[in-house]
Design a protein around this ligand. Structure first.
Ligand code: M6R
Length: 360
């Protein structure tokens, strides 16, 4: 049950530090060595390209892991929207490896791609929260997120759990390949820091509620902007806000605004900027924020420690750059939650939606 929580979503947001620590004990031993199925590691090592297929938040989680996966495995990662790939595969590489990301393991759009992958006799891995689910049974391999049941329609702990699970896979593959970068990436330590960073953000709920009250209570639209990894988080942040608060929100690559979308900025349009601890990217995103402020936007800056400036709204404790999608998404989950709550909506059961989408 949800205990003393008003909604499952808030309970599930709060569970994320525990999910991170549980993943450490599932996929690493007491010395910090990876405990990832050797067959899965070998199958990824043999691939010349990783295809991640998913829908919605799971699709966004694939992006959240992409930079890290490519850096540690030295293998290009391509993302596919399941509902599009169901019509037919694009030209595949010579040795593809498919990863299906799915909280429920029951998403029909993803399954129709897996059916094709199996017809082609290609290897696949399902990363899911539900043992024995359809996608788990039908893929070659499974890695479990072990986040515990996710009841709220809006997915939170599955997103962060999926990225963390893929981190273990990425490091295990990189180490097996003898890559220095993978050996030096102290995942157990770094993920513990992520858990602490999440806890620090969770203690800012009142502040976040206030920001929502001042900026998002009546608006019809909003923007999340960011660059690189922050752009990927912006995609997820905007999906979450749309899904449960019905505020129309775009997640945009900060540098693309000036190529058209900036014409939508009006007086008081909320622009939420995500700025992680990457000096070059941070400076550019700040420039883009100023461009919107000059057109009347009300800017909300969510910044990772190391790049903070006077007047920034939410400061997120710094983590390893590979894992910043996990820590940077937390304030955006709380923003979505608060916006829905303060508007008096049913946070856990937004209109028109089901938890698992089992139709194509
Ligand atoms: O169970 P899955 O991860 O396959 O579900 C995919 C999407 O339907 C799901 O992430 C959806 O976008 C969420 N409701 C978003 O919060």
């Amino acid at each position: 049950g949800k205990g003393t929580y008003p909604f499952y979503m808030l309970k599930e947001i709060d569970e994320q530090p525990t999910v991170m620590r549980k993943l450490i004990s599932t996929y690493a031993d007491e010395n910090g060595a990876m405990k990832v199925d050797a067959e899965i590691v070998k199958a990824v090592q043999e691939a010349d390209r990783i295809y991640i297929i998913a829908a919605g938040t799971s699709y966004n989680a694939g992006f959240g892991a992409k930079i890290m996966l490519e850096a540690l495995t030295n293998t290009p990662v391509e993302l596919g929207v399941a509902s599009e790939w169901g019509y037919g595969m694009p030209l595949l590489s010579k040795k593809p490896f498919f990863i299906f990301l799915s909280q429920s393991g029951e998403t029909a759009d993803s399954r129709q791609v897996l059916v094709k992958v199996n017809e082609l006799g290609l290897p696949s891995l399902t990363v899911t929260n539900v043992p024995g689910s359809t996608l788990s049974r039908e893929a070659t391999y499974t890695m479990l997120i072990g986040a515990g049941p996710e009841i709220a329609v809006a997915s939170t702990k599955a997103y962060t759990g999926q990225i963390a699970t893929l981190a273990f896979l990425a490091k295990a593959v990189g180490e097996a390949d003898g890559k220095e970068e993978a050996k030096e990436f102290e995942l157990v330590k770094e993920l513990s820091l992520v858990a602490q960073s999440i806890e620090a953000t969770l203690s800012e709920k009142e502040k976040i509620a206030q920001i929502v009250k001042e900026n998002l209570l009546t608006t019809r639209n909003a923007f999340y902007i960011g660059r690189k990894q922050d752009y990927f988080v912006a995609m997820e942040a905007s999906l979450k806000l749309k899904e449960i608060s019905y505020v129309q929100c775009e997640g945009f690559a900060a540098g693309e605004l000036k190529h058209g979308t900036i014409s939508l900025i009006e007086k008081d349009t909320p622009v939420l900027a995500l700025i992680s601890n990457n000096p070059e990217v941070a400076a550019h995103t700040r420039g883009n924020v100023m461009e919107t402020v000059a057109r009347g936007s009300s800017a909300i800056v969510i910044v990772e420690q190391g790049q903070e400036r006077e007047g920034d709204d939410i400061i997120v404790n710094a983590v390893h750059p590979y894992l910043s999608a996990i820590s940077m998404v937390i304030p955006t989950q709380l923003i979505a939650y608060e916006t829905s709550m303060q508007r008096g909506l049913d946070v856990d059961k937004p209109r028109n939606l089901a938890k698992a989408v089992t139709v194509e």
